[in-house]
Design a protein around this ligand. Structure first.
Ligand code: NAD
Length: 512
């Protein structure tokens, strides 16, 4: 597998600075410390990455500020053209980049290709959007006055991303931020820096080919300390941070102290309600994919299944059957459903989550836990698990980032919706029903309190066309499609007087 990695990095012309230490072409400074990168596939160290030091960070910010002065003057549709070229590079490199995502992060090859496809899709979306950064016009209350609003870029957008979507989250933010006229500094997850180096290189090539400053897209490497520098940095008007609630709380407070803006995409604790009117031929595969996809490490993974008491036995039986089909193993094998968890700490947290659930009275219908795969003994593989639990169990309040599915029984829909909403997080939610009244109730203001509410599709796997994000502890941010672009711009209200008078608003008279 080392050979495969080498082949991919050679393909992208990412070269180590010293034997075994990588920065690609990223500026890291002379005091760079080293970060050890391990592949979850086989548990082996695959690279040592140099981390950005403080002096280098300050220089990167300075360069970004200068690059912004140029980039904001490039017309938006022309900025879209640059993003189109980046999307084309991604199209050409989908296979290579997808493999690297699978190897470095551990998600299945199918899902890894899907992640790169999301990057391509958001580039396409951003290209179209680059001609649609519309502002409203208003009728002024004063004669011969015109009012309208316009949108200007913010400056530097700082992007802090999580390991589980190591490349897509950056592109959701950066593609939109760029066409809006911003420059971006990306702090990728310390668990997935190689994929970040490759993405950075691809965009750097595109900028160079267009004679544009490289600092329109910068990458900083390292652990949370680098993210903390960004959060506290008054030169970065917007921090878009994706990760745990704990991280979001720290970032939000730091950014608020300097009156910066933050866009937060944090943990989820997503539920699917299966009513007595559900089509189980849809509900069962949706649950299966939602619970074990990315080994339960999606922010939108299905964690809680709230099932009507009349169909619960059937649901359990069919899910049990579906779970027998799960293929766990090397994510680089095309037919693997479930690769490893990201690291050893994730396996430990899963195992202790199972224990905690048992201690609170959870009844395990399917025993999960750590798993050894022949030939990949040091990889971080686990078996998925299913537990039947009471709605009031404290474990239900937490996001366990692993493939543990809780099943809860309910009697009436009002109760099911109350159970669903009774958690601190509010990202994704689903109802499985063929009954129009049940679906509409779930979608109404009396229904789901989440940022995403689905009918007859699972909780995971959002399309880029919609605004993505969640309520409550999920952070309230919206990224990607719809009008989420407004988060990356500042609104300016303009009033023009084309008369020879100076009428004041609200009819105020101020005689001189
Ligand atoms: P994490 O919070 O440990 O790390 C995420 C990023 O934040 C990393 O780059 C990390 O270095 C940085 N970071 C950590 N603490 C920081 C601090 N105090 N200041 C600045 N930066 C800091 O998360 P993770 O384990 O990589 O990812 C899993 C979590 O991300 C889960 O909770 C998952 O639900 C969430 N997630 C949410 C979404 C969403 O869109 N809502 C998408 C993907 C992942």
């Amino acid at each position: 597998m080392k050979h495969m990695l080498q082949e991919i990095l050679d393909h992208f012309e990412i070269k180590p600075v010293n034997e075994g230490t990588w920065t690609g072409q990223v500026f890291v400074g002379s005091n760079a410390s080293l970060l050890d990168v391990t592949s979850p596939v086989n548990g082996q160290s695959i690279a040592k990455i140099k981390c950005t030091d403080r002096n280098a960070y300050d220089k990167i910010v300075e360069d970004a500020k200068t690059a912004f002065l140029d980039w904001r003057n490039v017309p938006a549709p022309k900025r879209g053209e640059v993003v189109r070229q980046f999307g084309d590079r991604l199209r050409a490199e989908k296979k290579f980049l997808g493999k690297l995502v699978a190897f470095e992060m551990g998600k299945s090859l199918q899902e890894s290709y899907g992640e790169v496809q999301e990057m391509i899709d958001i580039c396409d979306f951003a290209v179209g959007l680059s001609r649609q950064l519309y502002g409203l016009t208003m009728h002024s209350e004063r004669p011969m006055h015109r009012m309208y609003e316009q949108w200007h870029p913010l400056g530097i957008v700082g992007i802090i991303s999580a390991f589980n979507f190591p490349v897509a989250v950056w592109s959701w933010n950066s593609a939109i931020a760029w066409i809006c006229g911003n420059v971006c500094i990306w702090k990728a997850s310390e668990k997935t820096p190689l994929t970040a180096l490759v993405c950075h290189k691809l965009m750097a090539d595109v900028l160079e080919a267009n004679n544009l400053p490289g600092a329109i897209s910068s990458l900083v490497t390292g652990a949370k300390e680098v993210g903390e520098w960004m959060s506290a940095d008054k030169h970065i008007p917007l921090i878009s941070a994706t990760g745990s609630v704990r991280m979001g709380q720290a970032v939000a407070q730091e950014v608020a102290k300097r009156f910066g803006k933050s866009l937060l995409e944090l943990g989820g604790n997503n539920a699917m309600i299966i009513t007595e009117n559900a089509d189980l031929n849809i509900a069962i595969p949706a649950t299966y994919f939602g619970a074990i996809g990315t080994s339960g490490q999606r922010c939108t993974s299905t964690r809680r299944l709230i099932v009507h008491e009349t169909v619960i036995e059937q649901v359990i039986e069919r899910l049990f059957h579906a779970y027998q089909q799960v293929k766990i193993g090397n994510p680089l094998d095309a037919d693997t459903h479930m690769g490893p968890l990201v690291d050893e700490a994730a396996v430990k947290s899963y195992v202790s989550g199972i224990e905690e659930c048992k201690q609170q009275g959870g009844k395990f219908l399917l025993e999960g836990g750590a798993l050894q795969i022949d030939g990949l003994e040091n990889g971080y593989y686990v078996k998925p698990s299913i537990a039947l639990v009471d709605a009031n169990l404290p474990v239900l309040q937490k996001e366990l980032f692993a493939p543990l599915l809780y099943i809860i029984s309910y009697k009436d829909l009002k109760e099911a919706i109350a159970i669903q909403n009774n958690v601190p997080q509010g990202l994704s939610s689903t109802i499985m029903t063929m009954h129009m009244q049940e679906a509409e109730c779930f979608l109404s203001h009396n229904g789901s309190d989440c940022g995403i509410a689905n009918v007859n599709i699972g909780t995971s796997g959002a399309e880029i066309g919609g605004a993505f994000g969640g309520e409550k502890e999920t952070g309230g941010g919206r990224e990607s499609g719809s009008d989420a672009w407004k988060n990356y711009m500042r609104r300016q209200t303009v009033t023009i007087n084309y008369s020879n008078e100076l009428p004041l608003s609200q009819g105020i008279r101020f005689e001189m």
